[in-house]
Structure formats: C-alpha cells, structure tokens
Design a protein around this ligand. Sequence first.
Ligand SMILES: [Ca+2]
Length: 528
Amino acid sequence: MGKKINRREFIKQATVTGLALPQLVSQVACLRKFKQPNIIFIMADDHACRGISCYGDRLMPTPNIDRLAEEGKRFDSFFTTNSICAPSRASILTGQYSHRHGVIDNRLEFKPRRPTLPQLLQQAGYQTALVGKWHLKSSPEEFDYHFVLPGQGHYYNPDFIEQGQKIQEHGYVTKIISERAIAWLKARDKQQPFFLCVHHKAPHRNWMPDIEFLDLFRDQNLPAPKTFFDDYQSRCPAAKLQEMRIADHAYLAYDLKLFPLEERQLTEHEQTGWEYWMNVFGRLTEGQKKAWEKAYRDENEEFKLKSKKWTEEELALWKYQRYIKDYLRTVASIDQSVGQLLEFLEKEGLAENTVVIYTSDQGFFLGEHGWFDKRFMYEPSLRTPLIIRYPEGLEKGVDRENMIINVDLAPTLLELAGGEIPCWMQGRSFKKILQGKKVSDWRQSFYYHYYEYPAVHAVRRHCGVRSKRYKLIHYYYDLECWELFDLERDPDELNNCYGDPEYQEIKDRLAQEILRWQTELGVPEDEI
Ligand SMILES: [Ca+2]
C-alpha cells in the first residue's frame, strides 16, 4: 500500500473530511400486528456451496435443499466473518464479530454478556429449541430446550446432552438429529411461535457416511478442481505453510478410511490418526462395522496392491476421491433430513407460516488449492450457502449481488419475528432485500478476521476486506504480507496482484477500507 497510516490518524482524517461512519443498526420494530412466523434454522457444519447442486457445481444432487431454494431465495454472496466453527456460531447468535463476542477461536468458551438471539426471540414471545451441534463449550441454557452433541460429537451411536443430562443414542447422527427435531415440533406448545435450530454435525471431518450411503459414487470418478495441484506461486508464504493438504495432512485411516493400516504406514503422524480412528470406529456396533468393512474392502485392497507404484500425483488424486466421496455421502444424509423436515411442515399445515433457513457455519475447501478444511479468506472457505424460504411476502429467486454476512442473521430474524434489534448488534437486517426491495445504502465491502494460530492446520492470522470485485488480505503476527485478488479476472485467486502497479489505486482504497471497518467495528489494535 502507499503511505501507511495508523488508526488514530485515520479517525482524525475521517473527522476532518466529514467522512461519516455509517450508523450501526438500531431500529425499533413496530408493534406486533402480524402473525409471528415460526423459524426453523438448519445449519450444517462445514458445508461448502459446491456441495449443494443448486449452487451450480453439480458434484452431487441435493434435491431437497434445491427445492427449498426454488421455493425461496438463494444468496450467492453470503459470507462468514471468521471461517471457523465456534466464532461463526457465536456471531450468528449475537450479531457480532469475533472480537466483540469474545470467541475469536475454537478454544474459547462462549460467555455472552448480553441476551443472545434465542433469548431475544423469547422476549418477543417465542419458544426456542436447539437440536444437534452446539460447539461453544458452555451449556446452551439460553434455549428453552436443548438436545446437543457434547463437543464435536460422533457420527455413530453418539452421546447427547438433553437438558443437562447425558444420554447415548443408537444410530446415525444426522438421522437422530432429524428425528429429535421433529419430536420437539410435535410436542411444542401450539399457541406460541417457535424458533427451532437444527444444527447438524455433518459434513464435518472425519466425514463418516451413514450405512445407506456408503455405496454412493462407487466406481465413479469425481472431477478434481483445476487448482488441486496449486503451487502457491505469487501468494504470501501462508498458502505454502498451511497443514491442510489432502495429499499430505489427511490421516490415512481417520480421514480416508484406509483400514487396517500396514506397519510401514504407521509414521508418527499416522499413529496419531490411527488413535483417532480407533476411537470413532470403536463406537460402531459389530453389524455397523461389518457394513463398513464390506463397503471399503475392495478399494482398500486395491490400494494395498497398487499404490506403491503410483506417482505422487496419482496418490494425491486417490486421496481426493476418497475424501470428496465421503464428504458428499454425509451431505446426502443432510439433504434427506431437509426433505423430512419440509414434509413434516407440510403435513402439519405449518409450511405457510414458517421461515426455513438452510446455511452452514462457514464454507470449506473441497480440494481447491489441494486442501480440505477452511480458515483462509479465500472464496471456497469464505463463501457460505444461505437459502431462505418464507412463503409470505418474500421475493423468490437468486440474489447474486448483495453481500450478506453471518452477523446479519440475528438482526434479520429478529425483524422477521417482530422483535427489537439491539444496538450492540454489528450486523444489519436484510429483510428488505428478502422482500426484493432495493437497499441503496447496503454495504459495498465487508471485513474478515481469522485468529486461530498457532494451531492445528497452521493457517496464519489474517484480516482483510472483500468488495464485490476485489479482495485484500493482510497476514500478520509471524508474517507481514499482503495479497490482492481481482475476483473478476481471477476467480480462483491464483494471481496475487498486490505488487502490480496497475492495481495501486485499488490497493490503497482497500487498505483504507480495512482501517475504516476496523475503526467502525472496534477491532482492538493489539489484535491486528
Ligand atoms: Ca464448521
């Protein structure tokens, strides 16, 4: 960037030039004169847009999620503000950025100082429930009812905590979550509107499919992204220094279901993965284990016979196939679950007055740049699915233009519910956008900040700003490096044009934009 100014100077300049900082949302909703809608908030964990067919990639069909999009609105420019589980979940509950709600990474406990979304909806007259993944370490007491997985939870025969009591269920996690969500709906107080969160564990690592989908994609070859063999040229060192390459960092047994392992494969890295694997596979019943052994046996035998002769590229592509297929197999269960919920709403006559939302806590790399996991501000991890169906008064279709971020969800749901949006929320309600109205002062850029380093996957700390066309990323802490991408010319983010004189003006403008957002959002200077 040209002349670098600090925050204090920036505020001074902004004041002198009369550059008004846009006001944070503070609206008082009108008195409730309408029938408050019910809200079902379905959130998957790590579900990338490319893993949903209506988002265009068609890696696999997701007919039920697609149906929701056809009957509602799909947002193509929905983003997370910190691409990692707990911080994003806390942002959704509070309408605040990570530094404000305090959960800047997955290691911290969520200790809200102010009422969160379910409590605010309770004040607006709602009964609230959370079924599925919580992942915020604390107990979700803010919901009237909770039935949650402890920590990350397990795919098979998982433990749950129901109203503070630990119980073990038999079966597959996505099915159990769906059944419990429907059971709560059946038993609810029918005089009150409801807010039900259905938070799936899938498709989170280690991607263990349900038995009925183990043979999906068998004998098929799924296409690898064209950036799969990225050499990270022109990018900051962070891209090379990460530890989330499918070829190098996915565990053979735990992630790639290559079991049993041979002695030669038990390196120190694989020993750790083997212990993880024994822990999750050990939960299966004998019958479930048999089904798994049958499903993977032939491919694993073939790997044992042939892989010693494979090139590095061939080996990496084998791993990619195993990874992407298991990931999508777990998505198949989620799609099935969405179908069951939609069917239940129709059967009960609830479809007409229930807002149904489908989203994820962030995006995910499905082999782009050779990676799994998320964290980076690159598009596959930053961009997140968001589909909203609200039969009454909502414009249907696709919104490609308006940049919506995860902190916008809480204020939007509150406004839809006729509640009051508190001034501490940093997001903004997009109800008008949902209704198809043009909002002329909607944001033209948004701020992103990732903190979890040093940590698993070794993704360096960074913050940045994305506009409709450009993205500027600043790596800091143990690196000092910038990346600028022109998303129109380079949608795959392979060409860092930070040093290109042609982009000098854009670079300076975006660097100012980072400062403006940091000031407006109150990002502490010692966190940058
Ligand atoms: Ca996640």
